[in-house]
Design a protein around this ligand. Structure first.
Ligand SMILES: Nc1ncnc2c1ncn2[C@@H]1O[C@H](COP(=O)(O)OP(=O)(O)OP(=O)(O)O)[C@@H](O)[C@H]1O
Ligand SMILES: [Mg+2]
Length: 1004
């Protein structure tokens, strides 16, 4: 059942009509046509109404919509059935066929082309070059076949004048790998004569109007169809067909397909030869028949690559073998004309069959190996002439209508009988539906000995003069009692039939009166042997190959060739057998009007077609009480969401019971029946109700699925995130552990190392441990210092403390701390050994008097006196006082400052030995250490270190500044002392400056 189409467009499937009657069927068909819905279904049969305008429904978008879809998923379309056939072929390896039927102009050929285009579009996704080539050939072959096999008729500007069945072969992947075309009964009489308003085959007009000048010249052809007797009827009116453009398209297509240049040239020569043949005129001179315009015979000789005499002889004489003798029997004028026309028709027919054969050679599947390529499956497309009723119906119409009887029979067998059989198979009680089985008509035509074809053949076989009337006589004799046959002789009152001329067949599609005129002749289809020999002996190999039977010598007894009727009958039986073993799909085409109008829906006309296509019967049988059937499994798949019994899965023993419960629960129990494998639903209304419920549930299911899926995605994402966090954490922990392990490893023996591990390189810590590393290094440094200090003797400790104090105080301010050297402290005696005894005496005196414990520092200095003069003195610093002494007066103490009075020290950042002792009473002592041995050594660091260390040991603080210039107070007055280098200065010396003093030091 087709969905997605609202009811305003009528019912997409005729099976869903409320009641099945012709008016309702027609009303629905009309409504859909008017709403531009040209396709409808009857179950799986597509009904197509020719829109007579281009419809925008065959593009890429539409193809995508139908690709891989089920029939009922999209609105009715040719593509849906093409896809169904393709799927059956691909999924189930079934050979399938699509039978397209309908009357002339109903759109069969167009439909077959759209189907092929669709198949070409959906196959070969890998764009394999070979497959593309095959597809291109298959599509291009249409163009060539239409040029030679189609003609403008009063019913269709591009009417197929032959039947076509095309097989497309597919490999196991479903890609086309080749094809084969069968052609049926070309209407060759059209070559020599056409009805008013019609044309001969397109190929003639294409050559005459579209062939390049040089080609036409070589063929002796004028650019005017009216100049040629065979095509002048059709050449008179200007037609809408663009022959000239078509000529090029066909020439290109032939080239693409693979016709050689020689072959294409021969095709043109044959067409030209036929046109010239038509202009040949016979006359008589006494008893002699002759060609009036014998120049044409020479042209023919040229075109057919044979000699002029041969052409003339074949046209004018007939060579007959009587026993051993061979005699040339001259034709009468009439016989010669008959022979000429027969030749023209035969050449064209051969040409057409040869073209089909050549196309087949090229497109046939080559190098196919079942082991490599898998099963070779086939989709067949049958585009064959529809049922025809004309004013005057002759042998061709008889054959065509017989063909349609055969196809209808097949349709009945496959669709209608299958339907009944399905009910039986499924065990559903079957209410017999009466449908017309046309087997009786098929038998009437084709039965051996008794059928019309057999009677015709029998008449043809009679020796002596055989007439069409004799054939009719035969029919009257043998078929007098047949319910579907009548003639004037059998029904003398029936005035619609002419005596000795007409017979009527009651076809399944309606009554048709045939005229027996020329039945015998057309059935015999005589072509004098002379023509076959003529063409076989052509020096043109292409032409020669078309006439192999010309090889037989005159005296050889030839078997009577099969008659046209027998050939046609055999080809039809073969065709039907071929179709019967395939899975059939049907397209039933309807022609809405005779005016090629896109707007007109001629109800009577359409009703007639619906009748003879048996569409109503088709619906009836399809419905047969049940509008819809589906296998239990698929039914459940589609409707299981409607009930909680079946959603999401049922727990019943079988799908059948689940479907039963589902329908019971929904209240449709009364409207359904249960077969062995399928459920049958009686009325369409139930189906619509089921569809409605399904549509509602589908929305909820979609939401539900979305919810579940979103949750799933979120959970997946969350798990991933958590996992990555765990990984990160483990990794970090590992890095930390690895670092700590490495530190422990590198430092584990430092206690026993000489430098307590100072040389050990620290590993690079992970970033999180940078702070930790700093702390660790601090810890380690303190531990190492502790170790070092512990190893020192106790008397050295004050000196170490002093050095540490110096370092702490001056680090970054002065560089000359002399930490490497041993600090002796008491330098006066060492610097001036000759005066050492005086100093020892003076310091002992002071010890006794001031009771100091240690000498912290002593040194010679230069200082400024109160008259701004420099004086050489010595200073002695004990743990209690700072003494200023005069070395020249046996180190007489000139001044003593208690250490608690010293509030600070100032030094400069340079290398000079300037020290300012700040005192609490603002009488700062400004000195420059001097007399240092060895010269250039610095004692500032030592002086600062011992004093700061001493103060520390007494828990007092002392301020140490490193500045230049230094701020100080002299005798209560503020002043500055700047240190400056001077080139010519030999010794540091003080000079007065405006702000205070300058200590000039030697520059080097
Ligand atoms: N689907 C379609 N869309 C548009 N026009 C169409 C369509 N089908 C048919 N026609 C028109 O109808 C014309 C006749 O169609 P087509 O040649 O297919 O008829 P046919 O059934 O093959 O007839 P015949 O039996 O004479 O060969 C086309 O030339 C085209 O103009
Ligand atoms: Mg056609």
């Amino acid at each position: 059942m087709a969905e997605h189409e609202s009811l305003e467009f009528g019912k997409a499937d005729f099976v869903l009509l409320d009641t099945i009657s012709m008016p309702e069927f027609m009303a629905n068909l009309k409504l859909r046509f008017e709403k531009s819905r040209i396709y409808s279904y009857i179950g799986e049969v597509v009904v197509s109404v020719n829109p007579y305008r281009s419809m925008n429904i065959y593009g890429r978008d539409t193809i995508e919509q139908y690709k891989g879809r089920e029939l009922y998923e999209r609105p009715p379309h040719l593509f849906a059935i093409a896809d169904a056939a393709y799927k059956a072929m691909k999924r189930r390896s079934k050979d399938t066929c699509i039978v397209i039927s309908g009357e002339s102009g109903a759109g069969k050929t167009e439909a077959s082309k759209y189907i092929m285009q669709y198949i070409a579009a959906i196959t070969n996704p890998g764009q394999r070059a070979e497959v593309e080539r095959v597809k291109n050939m298959l599509l291009k072959s249409n163009c060539v076949l239409e040029a030679f096999g189609n003609a403008k008729t009063n019913r269709n500007d591009n009417s197929s004048r032959f039947g076509k069945y095309m097989d497309i072969n597919f490999d196991f992947k479903g890609d086309p790998i080749g094809g084969h075309i069968n052609n049926y009964l070309l209407e060759k009489s059209r070559v020599i004569v056409q009805q008013e308003g019609e044309r001969s085959f397109h190929s003639f007009y294409q050559l005459v109007l579209g062939g390049p000048e040089s080609l036409l010249r070589s063929l002796h052809i004028q650019k005017d169809p009216k100049a040629y007797a065979y095509i002048q009827v059709g050449g008179q009116k200007k037609s809408s067909i663009n022959d000239s453009a078509d000529f090029k398209a066909v020439a290109d297509a032939m080239k693409v397909i693979g016709f050689t240049q020689e072959e294409i040239q021969t095709v043109y020569k044959i067409l030209a030869a036929i046109l010239h043949l038509g202009n040949l005129k016979f006359g008589s001179d006494g008893d002699v028949t002759l060609i009036e315009n014998s120049k044409l015979a020479s042209v023919l000789g040229d075109l057919l690559s044979t000699r002029q005499e041969n052409v003339e002889k074949a046209l004018l004489y007939r060579t007959v073998a009587t026993g051993r003798d061979v005699i040339d029997k001259q034709h009468t004028e009439q016989e010669a004309s008959y022979g000429r026309d027969a030749l023209a028709k035969a050449i064209y027919e051969r040409l057409f069959c040869w073209i089909v054969g050549r196309i087949n050679d090229i497109i046939e599947v080559k190098d196919f190996d079942v082991k490599v390529h898998g099963k070779n499956t086939v989709i067949g497309v049958l585009d064959i002439y529809g049922f025809e009723i004309f004013q005057n119906n002759s042998f061709e119409q008889f054959c065509i209508n017989y063909c349609n009887e055969k196809l209808q029979q097949l349709f009945i067998q496959l669709v209608l009988q299958q339907e009944q059989e399905e009910y039986q198979r499924e065990g559903i009680p079957w209410k017999h539906i009466d449908y017309f089985n046309n087997q009786v008509i098929v038998d009437l035509v084709e039965q051996q000995h008794k059928g019309i074809f057999a009677i015709l053949d029998e008449a043809c076989m009679n020796v002596g003069k055989v007439t069409d009337e004799m054939f009719l006589q035969g029919l009257n004799n043998k078929l007098a009692k047949h319910a579907h046959f009548s003639s004037r002789k059998l029904f003398p009152t029936d005035k619609s039939l002419e005596f000795d001329r007409d017979f009527r067949i009651r076809h399944y599609a309606g009554d048709v009166v045939y005229s027996v005129v020329s039945f015998i002749d057309k059935n015999k289809d005589t072509l004098f042997q002379d023509f076959k020999r003529l063409l076989y002996n052509s020096s043109n190999p292409v032409l020669k190959s078309m006439w192999p039977e010309g090889k037989l010598s005159i005296t050889e007894v030839t078997k009577r060739p099969l008659t046209a009727a027998t050939l046609f009958k055999n080809s039809m039986i073969a065709l039907v057998e071929n179709l019967a073993c395939k899975e059939p799909y049907y397209v039933r085409c309807i022609k809405p009007n005779d005016l090629k109008s896109p707007l007109l829906f001629e109800e009577e006309r359409c009703r007639h077609q619906v009748e003879y296509l048996g569409l109503l019967e088709n619906v009836r049988v399809r419905r047969a009480g049940f509008a819809y059937r589906q296998t239990y499994q698929r039914f459940l798949q589609r409707y299981k969401m409607i009930s909680t019994i079946t959603w999401p899965n049922h727990e019943l023993p079988s799908d059948q019971e689940a479907v039963k419960k589902l329908l019971q629960a929904s209240g449709f129990e009364q409207d359904s029946a249960y077969g062995k494998t399928k459920v049958f639903i009686r009325t369409p209304r139930t189906l619509f109700a089921l569809e409605d419920q399904r549509a509602q549930m589908v929305q909820r299911i979609v939401l539900f699925l979305q919810k579940i899926w979103r949750g799933t995605i979120a959970r997946i994402r969350y798990r991933r995130m958590r996992a990555s966090l765990i990984i990160i954490r483990c990794y970090r922990r590992y890095k930390v552990k690895a670092y700590i392990r490495e530190v422990a490893h590198r430092f584990h023996n430092v206690r026993n190392m000489k430098d307590y591990g100072k040389h050990v390189k620290w590993p690079i810590p992970p970033r999180v441990l940078r702070k930790f590393e700093e702390a660790l290094q601090g810890l380690y440094s303190r531990w190492r210092a502790g170790q070092l200090i512990r190893s020192l003797p106790p008397e050295d400790l004050p000196k170490v403390r002093a050095k540490v104090a110096a370092l702490e105080t001056l680090k970054g301010q002065r560089t000359d701390m002399a930490l490497q050297r041993a600090w002796e402290g008491n330098y006066v005696k060492r610097d001036q050994p000759e005066l050492a005894s005086f100093f020892t005496l003076a310091s002992s005196e002071l010890q006794r008097k001031d009771k100091f414990m240690n000498v912290l520092f002593s040194c010679h200095v230069r200082k400024i006196n109160r008259f701004n003069k420099a004086e050489d003195r010595a200073i002695l610093i004990t743990d209690r006082h700072l003494y200023k002494m005069d070395p020249l007066k046996q180190y007489k103490v000139m001044k003593s400052i208690p250490l608690y009075n010293v509030s600070g020290l100032s030094v400069s950042p340079g290398k000079d030995q300037l020290v300012v002792f700040h005192t609490k009473d603002n009488r700062d002592l400004i000195v420059c250490l001097q007399g240092i041995e060895p010269p250039g050594e610095s004692r500032i660091g030592e002086l600062v270190g011992v004093i700061v260390s001493h103060f520390k040991s007494e828990m007092r603080k002392i301020q140490v500044n490193t500045l230049n210039p230094i701020q100080c107070s002299m005798h209560g007055k503020k002043c500055t002392i700047a240190v400056e280098t001077k080139i010519n200065q030999s010794q540091p010396d003080f000079v007065k400056s405006r702000a205070g003093y300058i200590l000039s030091v030697p520059g080097n």
